[in-house]
Design a protein around this ligand. Structure first.
Ligand SMILES: *Cc1c(COP(=O)(O)O)cnc(C)c1O
Length: 409
């Protein structure tokens, strides 16, 4: 019985689950999510008030939200729908923070009605908010303009980024606060995914501390996310212990000077759920061309878009032929566009009908899936206490027809 990485299930378990629920299929390990949550919590053990808000856009299955709530997590949301899902999952409004970008002011009003924490990321809305709702506390999202993140698509702190209010506009922010008597209870930065250099992160944190000094009503400082997890065997990941040590120390020093106990917040998505998930797909066809052996699976970028969208690397394993000899394959999908999951991958001999397992499929995989090519979205299974529980059914044709209106002509 071979365990899949450090997850709770074995490849035999996965083959049984695939047998029962069919493929393509997402399977998540609840225990691994808990391990990641505790790891981050423990790294900041020196900080008296630490709050982790699970960034649920990574994986919005209601059961996963409920799991994080049970662990004591808060929730980071980026749309009013995510706020509503959070409330449905049982989060208290004050445990949900709404951190949208580019939404309408009306959507922010709706979130206020639901009583959640509000994070504002442009001066125009800050002014409107201050005039309309001066007594409802808000958080301000700052852009510290530090270059972090491994990839332009997910690096959101740089100078031309659409995210946050530039740290250089702090004087303008302060004028808005003074004019409208706005109550600012938090400040926030989120520099983008994949932070490998903790010292770069700490430089951004210093800018946040600097800005925080001038704000008198603060209750929390939110350092966003950007924790990288390893996508390859031995791949680099954020040194959480080092970050916890350094930032924790610095935070404690800051609040001593500030003169008030503040809460330190993070909003990790990927770190909490990426590694917990695997994606299972069946091999439909093996096609040998002059230079390449293609393994074509019963899925595509409609189900797992990260390799094509971000050039993300997902490890692939042929779990149904553990004794097979290694050969090289290019794993592709069935979408009528190029959709390559991995080029030139060494896999145990792949036969038509085999099941391939894609690692790191817990974050930004199902939640970014679509119905392109009129394909149905896969089912999702949660492995919890040694049992497989179906947490989302596979779609059927009625699901994709549900919103269609047939007209007469
Ligand atoms: C997406 C997002 C996160 C989570 O980022 P990860 O890289 O998944 O940890 C956190 N905060 C905000 C505001 C986000 O938009």
């Amino acid at each position: 019985m071979k365990h899949i990485k450090d997850l709770s299930f074995t490849s035999e378990d996965l083959l049984n689950i695939a047998e029962e629920y069919g493929t393509p299929l997402y399977v998540y390990d609840a225990e691994k999510m808990k391990i990641q949550y505790n790891k981050l919590n423990d790294a900041f053990s020196k900080v008296k008030k630490l709050k982790l808000n699970y960034a649920c856009k990574a994986n919005t299955n209601l059961n996963i939200l409920r799991l994080f709530r049970a662990m004591g997590s808060g929730l980071d949301t980026v749309s009013i729908q995510e706020v509503e899902l959070g409330l449905k999952a049982g989060f208290m409004p004050e445990d949900i923070i709404f951190t949208p970008n580019g939404v309408s002011f009306e959507e922010i009003r709706e979130a206020v009605k639901l009583g959640v924490k509000i994070n504002i990321d442009n001066i125009s809305f800050l002014e409107q908010f201050g005039q309309e709702l001066p007594n409802y506390p808000v958080c301000i999202r700052l852009n510290p303009h530090i270059m972090a993140g491994g990839n332009n698509n997910i690096s959101v702190g740089h100078i031309d980024s659409k995210f946050g209010i530039s740290i250089y506009q702090l004087p303008h922010i302060l004028r808005v606060i003074e004019n409208t008597k706005l109550k600012v209870n938090g400040i926030h930065m989120h520099t983008g995914s994949d932070i490998l250099d903790v010292d770069v992160f700490l430089r951004g944190a210093e800018l946040l501390f600097d800005a925080a000094k001038g704000l008198k009503d603060l209750e929390y400082l939110d350092f966003g996310s950007g924790f990288k997890v390893a996508y390859k065997e031995g791949g680099a990941e954020t040194d959480i212990e080092y970050l916890g040590e350094k930032l924790g120390e610095r935070f404690n020093e800051f609040i001593t000077n500030y003169g008030k106990e503040l809460e330190l917040m993070f909003e990790p998505g990927k770190f909490l759920v990426s590694e917990s998930g695997v994606f299972l797909a069946n091999v439909n066809v093996i096609k040998q061309t002059t230079s390449t052996v293609f393994a074509g699976i019963n899925s595509g970028f409609n189900h797992l878009i990260r390799p094509m969208f971000y050039q993300a690397h997902h490890e692939i394993e042929n779990i149904s032929n553990p004794e097979g000899r290694s050969r090289y394959y290019t794993v592709v999908g069935y979408i009528c566009e190029t959709d390559t999951f991995g080029s030139n991958r060494k896999l145990n001999e792949v036969r038509e009908g085999d099941i391939l397992c894609f690692y790191n499929s817990g974050a930004y995989c199902f939640s970014m899936s679509s119905n392109y090519n009129s394909r149905l979205k896969p089912a999702e299974v949660l492995w919890i206490n040694g049992e497989a529980k179906l947490i989302r059914e596979r779609e059927n044709l009625d699901d994709i027809l549900k919103t269609t209106k047939i007209i007469d002509f």
